[in-house]
Design a protein around this ligand. Structure first.
Ligand SMILES: C[S@@+](CC[C@H](N)C(=O)[O-])C[C@H]1O[C@@H](n2cnc3c(N)ncnc32)[C@H](O)[C@@H]1O
Length: 207
């Protein structure tokens, strides 16, 4: 019964999330930046961890650019939706972002799209970035929300929306350094109006 309710909820989320005009534009701009990063870094046969995979919004794009995609998420209902959409060809792992169940350097690329704004505990945010740096062998594409007065005001003005946590530029740079990741390129998906910041990161070779 509870499982059915969760399934219904995630299906409704998938149908509605990027339907409105403003969200369709946000999705389009975000997907374009991510695709451009992939063109730059992906090589045939790459392994890519998409974490959190959600309902699989980026799986087709990642497959077009990389060899082998693995999806990870802590939501069983989200993983179930991915299973229905992609079948057994998409390996799925239930996981927590701050303690990834993979060895060091397991993937060529890790993508972490739209997670950090939902992680409110500073320790979990820090460990998640460290885990991304640990399990990637080469690159990561990570999004976060940066402090942005206009976006905060617009978000607060729309009642009933989820709480969001944002990185300050100083916190973000300290976190990247600790995680052993170098910022190759950082772009706001919609400058001034939106807080989302999309980063292409490279693992620092500490050997
Ligand atoms: C906004 S969705 C983003 C999904 C996908 N990357 C996308 O952009 O469509 C956030 C996802 O993060 C997952 N999630 C939240 N906290 C998590 C955590 N600590 N570890 C793993 N997954 C988490 C949720 O289950 C949800 O599927």
């Amino acid at each position: 019964m509870r499982q059915d309710r969760s399934k219904k909820r995630v299906r409704a989320y998938r149908e509605k999330r990027y339907r409105s005009l403003d969200q369709r534009i946000v999705h389009h701009l975000e997907a374009r930046i991510i695709r451009n990063h992939l063109v730059r870094i992906s090589r045939p046969g790459d392994t890519i961890l998409d974490m959190p995979v959600g309902y699989g919004r980026f799986v087709d794009d990642l497959r077009r650019h990389g060899g082998y995609v693995v999806g990870g998420d802590h939501g069983e209902a989200m993983l179930g939706l991915c299973r229905e959409t992609f079948g057994a060809e998409l390996p799925l792992v239930r996981l927590e972002s701050d303690a990834l169940p993979f060895a060091d350097d397991s993937f060529d690329i890790v993508t972490c799209i739209r997670l950090f704004q939902h992680l409110h505990d500073p320790a979990a945010r820090r460990s998640t970035l460290n885990e991304i740096g640990r399990v990637t062998r080469r690159h990561a594409i990570v999004t976060t929300y940066l402090t942005s007065p206009l976006h905060t005001w617009m978000h607060n003005a729309r009642s009933g929306l989820k709480r969001l946590t944002r990185h300050s530029p100083a916190d973000l740079h300290a976190g990247l350094e600790e995680a052993g990741l170098r910022l190759v390129s950082g772009k706001r998906s919609l400058p001034v109006l939106h807080a989302q910041y999309i980063m292409l990161l490279e693992k620092i070779d500490r050997a």
